[in-house]
Design a protein around this ligand. Sequence first.
Ligand SMILES: C[S@@+](CC[C@H](N)C(=O)[O-])C[C@H]1O[C@@H](n2cnc3c(N)ncnc32)[C@H](O)[C@@H]1O
Length: 299
Amino acid sequence: MVWPKIGASAPQEFPVSEVQGEAANAAQIDYWNATAGQTWAHYQAQLDRQIEPLGLEALRSLAARPGERVLDVGCGCGQTTLELAERVGAAGAVTGVDISSPMLAIAEARPVPQGAAQPQFIKYDAQTADLGQGQYDAVFSRFGVMFFNDPVAAFRNLRRALTSNGRLTFVCWRPFAENLWMRAPMEAAQPYLPPSPPMDPTAPGPFAFANPDRVRSILSEAGFCDVSLQAFNTSIGGSSLEQTVDLSLRVGPLGAVLREQPDLAPTVADAVKAAMAAYETPGGVLIPAAVWIVTAQAS
Ligand SMILES: C[S@@+](CC[C@H](N)C(=O)[O-])C[C@H]1O[C@@H](n2cnc3c(N)ncnc32)[C@H](O)[C@@H]1O
């Protein structure tokens, strides 16, 4: 199996090199500007296809209206920012903020649908940047809010950016064990990987908001009201078996291990392929995913 290095064909750097308030989330800023961000930029089309149904469910819940001003937090390569821009239309406004230059460069280059608001993309740490006060009717995020080193401070900052009757909607992962699209490849690879220390369930990362009590407590402490978490399950993917295996080795916890030890990838790939073959359908590989759709009111 060929294991090409990602990043050589990365797009131009997003033309802002500094992130406001850089110190707080320095580790995540490094992570999302180095290999993880380059991987997400490289696999943008496949990742968008994979997680689009989960973002659409959150967008349905937000129900953005024409003319509204919406902030898309951790907007990455911008798929949801553009979807929001279509929903609010030319009379509205959408801002996507993210810490990742390679992902923002992809977002910036995407065509804006006719009749949509012209989105603005800014390289900001959503926890520490000055996002203004009362600027937005809604704050939205698809998997972009689980990486803050101080989530209460971050959500206070997001709440400050909302109008007094503003609303928050985001989608985040439920536990790793319930997300077979990540668990199945990891379990298949495990016999070939060195032992790793147990994950801290509250450390910044994809599963930091898996515990609903923790999410309620963070949002309440940050001043949000009417916090609600709705479980949503669906199967995601839709790519060929080869593409699915390739992506599984690049993202999530397994991708993080293999980025550190790429020499293990060829061995692991066969085991992952055998595990993923069980989920092959005429519509591509479709694997169960489990998320929370979280909603709250600024006051
Ligand atoms: C899992 S990706 C999701 C990207 C995008 N929302 C999507 O659904 O395709 C997480 C994103 O959160 C961004 N992120 C992490 N910490 C952030 C922070 N403190 N402020 C802004 N963005 C952040 C990352 O750079 C990355 O683009």
